[in-house]
Write a protein of this length. Structure first.
Lengths: 309, 249
């Protein structure tokens, strides 16, 4: 049994999610190979070779893979996949983009966002935004799987010494082109990758008041999120929305400020390790899932909290 | 240009689902069903493209039980021109759905296929991408902006940490993310008119598609319940607990 893990990277840095994905591969068991598809990505290949538990790294260095266009990357992975029992990618926007295309090319079902490995063919995955956990078994000859990073503790980035092998590319499918990218210039961590998330709800009253959350977040090294109510009210843009139809987060610490705790929101954050709720309404449903609740006026509490952390 | 929009009938997003006592699935008896929120955004985008004169016809398709006709009628009330239901009582996986949609694409020959990025029941986020593989079309997933110009469509995509723009040859596939648009509500006159719009019913057999799956659900469980913790009395106590008890800051 040999498992192919697709490295998540931007040609400059190997993303941490790759380490969680290798951890899932380790839980399945067997030899672990890593594919680095990119352009000018030799350094990523070297970094991948050092990951604990990886026995071989395949590098496909081709201009067609520079931006991970799924039309170009999927044929390469599908071709290589024929030599493997499992193909794993992180459930990032990138992995989610190309991997189903690989599965369909191989004519197998994909198993999305596993959070646990029961055996080599049986996995747990959340459905209904995490309100239920399904245990699914695959009889597919090649098991194509995306891995939710928060479900697996990362393996060490150092300690391995895998052989690096170049593989030839499958070229440009010629149906799509990369135009540009605008990455958020925020110094704050990305919501879904942050260890601490501070979120505001309707109780923030307006967008300007979110500055209290930003300054607290900066002190904690946290990302800032929002409830759907805060987004719908126009306080903040909807890429900050945490919830069933927004982003699903599972940080070490989630601080919900002025959020009542609608089902929609809880679905997006209830897998957080520790939840803190700050709300003036002591009956708010958010307190039913919070490890630590503080009832009071958030405009008094926030400055004091920022002072003390 | 013809646009095909795929919609799914799912549990309404405001419903708190409960796992059945025998762990065979979630209890959907007497639960409010709606159009998947991402599919509503897909319908809205198609209607806007028609209003701009980019699209000439919108065909909406759903794969599911007879009752999915309700969601198709909703799409018709929002502005789709006609509807196709591929009727199946089975719970189909994304690959089977993509194969059925491929058969409908072959029949309808749309220039653009718009789907929601994922259904909020199975949370797979696969169908659009799989349809891309089966048709060979380019895909713009998690779209926050769609602009058709000539024989290309530019799609701005929501990616981790920002936005990416890709140019796709038509025909192409777009899957919607939240920021693409805010769906309108159907007006009463349009709901009445939608009742008279054509709705064709097909079967997987008639489309020549085999829908077997390689994935079996062994059980469905409720997630580990979170119990309510404690109420702290002051900010100082909160910070002390976070530092010394939870050790998260």
């Amino acid at each position: 049994m040999t498992i192919l893990v697709i490295a998540e990277h931007n040609n400059a840095v190997l993303a941490a999610a790759t380490l969680n994905t290798v951890a899932a591969a380790k839980a399945i068991g067997g030899d672990i190979h890593v594919l680095v598809a990119g352009a000018g990505c030799a350094a990523i290949g070297e970094a991948a070779a050092k990951i604990e538990g990886v026995s071989k790294v395949l590098v496909a260095d081709d201009a067609a893979y520079a931006n991970q266009l799924p039309e170009n990357v999927a044929p390469l992975i599908a071709e290589l996949a024929k030599n493997y029992s499992h193909v794993l990618a992180a459930a990032t926007t990138n992995g989610k983009n190309f991997l189903p295309r690989v599965a369909a090319k191989l004519d197998v079902d994909q198993i999305s966002e596993i959070i646990a490995v029961e055996s080599a063919d049986t996995f747990k995955r959340p459905i209904y935004a995490g309100n239920a956990i399904a245990t699914v078994q695959s009889s597919a000859p090649i098991k194509v799987i995306t891995v939710r990073a928060t479900g697996f503790d990362p393996v060490n980035a150092e300690g391995g010494s895998a052989a690096v092998e170049q593989v030839s590319g499958t070229g440009d499918a010629g149906v799509s082109a990369f135009v540009g990218e605008e990455l958020a210039k925020s110094d704050r961590p990305e919501l879904t990758a942050a260890k601490i998330v501070v979120s505001g709800g309707r109780g923030m009253q307006n967008g300007d008041n979110f500055k209290h959350l930003y300054s607290l977040a900066d002190k904690l090294g946290a990302a800032v999120g929002a409830s759907r109510a805060a987004v719908d009210a126009g306080f903040v843009p909807n890429d900050m929305q945490v919830g069933q139809t927004g982003k699903i987060v599972a940080p070490q610490l989630y601080i919900a400020v002025g959020i009542s705790g609608a089902i929609q929101h809880l679905a997006g954050m209830k897998d957080s390790k520790v939840i803190v709720a700050i709300n003036k309404d002591e009956e708010a449903p958010i307190f039913q899932v919070a490890d630590y609740g503080l009832v009071g006026d958030l405009f008094q509490i926030l400055p004091e909290l920022e002072e003390l952390v | 240009m013809k646009i095909l929009v795929a919609v799914k009938r799912v549990v309404d997003y405001n419903v708190k689902v409960r796992v059945k006592p025998d762990n065979s699935g979630v209890d959907l008896a007497n639960v409010k069903m709606s159009m998947n929120p991402f599919c509503e955004i897909a319908v809205e985008e198609a209607v806007r493209l028609k209003e701009k004169g980019v699209a000439s016809e919108i065909v909406v398709v759903s794969i599911g039980p007879t009752a999915a006709q309700e969601q198709l009628r909703t799409a018709l009330a929002l502005g789709a021109d006609r509807a196709v239901l591929v009727e199946s009582t089975e719970e189909l996986n994304s690959l089977a759905v993509a194969k059925l949609l491929k058969a409908v694409v072959d029949k309808e020959q749309p220039q653009l296929v718009i789907l929601g990025k994922q259904a909020i029941d199975s949370d797979n986020n696969q169908t659009g991408q799989m349809l891309g593989a089966l048709t060979g079309f380019a895909q713009g997933t998690f779209a926050s902006k769609v602009e058709v110009s000539g024989d290309k469509v530019n799609v701005e995509r929501e990616i981790d940490g920002g936005a990416q723009t890709v140019a796709l040859n038509l025909p192409a596939i777009v899957t919607t993310d939240l920021r693409l648009n805010e769906p309108r509500y159907a007006s009463l006159p349009n709901i009445m008119k939608a009742k008279k719009k054509p709705l064709e019913v097909l079967t997987p057999d008639a489309l020549g598609v085999v829908t077997t799956s390689t994935v079996k659900t062994l059980k469905v469980e409720a997630p580990a319940a979170r119990s309510a913790g404690i109420k702290v009395k002051s900010v100082a106590e909160l910070v002390e607990k976070l530092k010394n008890e939870a050790k998260v800051i």
